[in-house]
Design a protein around this ligand. Structure first.
Ligand code: GDP
Ligand code: MG
Length: 280
């Protein structure tokens, strides 16, 4: 009866350890406008190792909002080095000639060998809006030498920082990588930028697979949330589990709900950040 091997601990809790709200989030996301009239949109910076699923997350949000699968941000299927080396803002079309009121920026990966990834110093400049659009990151060159924006507007600045880590990697990240991530987080905290973490690729956990309803019953994923919480200091309720659209041809309600739950929190946090600035 599926329980013949009693030496294997049961990978799922009977009841979910986190309940997501059953509300429809899509209308909120589509209708969202920042109250602060100095900005047109919330700027969300996705930061994490190469191959974490940053570009796929942008594509997944795009897909949900368009109502069909979209692949605009290049996904690193073959080479993990050739793509996403430019600082680029992704806007999402509202199908009416305009754009939704949030944008994504995707950074190059943060790798153990820092020559090949974004450096912490450059991340600080990104957060403050000091990096020109289309700036090409190069390992032997600092943003300060080229592509430095001296007078960033509030719109140029990052309003929400999102750490992206794939589920299968959370337990394997080296102390060195956690340290770099913490440094970036500290910088964000000092400037009041709210932070969220996304654990992607939850479908690669065997206890989940294509059973997305198992995500919040998984003992393994609960431990991963706790590990990210301990290692980065991000509150567990700001750590979200998602599966991106990467090979499927159709949208799925459960997958959408995970992604939209995370996105909604990003918009709330961005909104809070902008409103707190006004009152300071
Ligand atoms: N199984 C699975 N694969 C994913 C998921 N998200 C991304 N991928 C795959 O992981 C690889 C790297 O994704 P990508 O979005 O390019 O990562 P990035 O380097 O952080 O931008 C690609 O082959 C994606 O198809 C996910 O949620 N589940
Ligand atoms: Mg990418």
């Amino acid at each position: 009866m599926g329980n013949s091997d009693s030496s294997q601990p049961e990978p799922l809790y009977k009841e979910p350890w986190r309940m997501l709200s059953g509300e429809t989030i899509l209308d909120f996301v589509k209708g969202y406008r920042p109250k602060n009239s100095d900005v047109e949109h919330i700027r969300i910076l996705l930061h994490g190792p190469v191959g974490a699923g940053k570009s796929s997350f942008i594509n997944s949000v795009d897909s949900i909002l368009q109502g069909h699968i979209c692949v605009r941000a290049p996904v690193d299927g073959i080479s993990t080095e050739t793509y996403t080396q430019e600082y680029k803002t992704y806007k999402i079309s509202n199908g009416d000639g305009g754009f939704y009121s949030f944008v994504f920026n995707d950074t190059m990966g943060l790798e153990k060998d820092f020559d090949a990834g974004v450096m912490v110093e450059d991340m600080k400049l990104l957060l403050g809006g000091h990096v020109e659009e289309n700036y090409k990151f190069q390992s032997n060159r600092s943003v300060r030498e080229a592509g430095y924006r001296h007078n960033p507007t509030l719109q140029d600045r990052v309003h929400v920082l999102v750490f992206v880590v794939p589920a299968e990697k959370v337990k394997l990240l080296s102390d060195e990588v956690w340290k770099k991530l913490r440094e970036v987080r500290l910088e964000a905290r000092q400037t009041g930028i709210p932070q969220i973490a996304l654990i992607t690729k939850v479908d690669e956990c065997p206890e989940v697979g294509d059973k997305i309803e198992n995500v919040h019953k998984s003992k393994n994923l609960k431990e991963q949330v706790e590990l990210v919480h301990k290692s980065l200091g991000i509150s567990p309720n700001c750590i979200f589990l998602v599966k991106n659209y990467h090979q499927e041809l159709q949208l799925n309600n459960d997958t959408n709900h995970l992604i939209l739950t995370a996105l909604k929190q990003m918009l709330h946090f961005g909104e809070d950040f902008l409103n707190n600035l006004q009152t300071n």
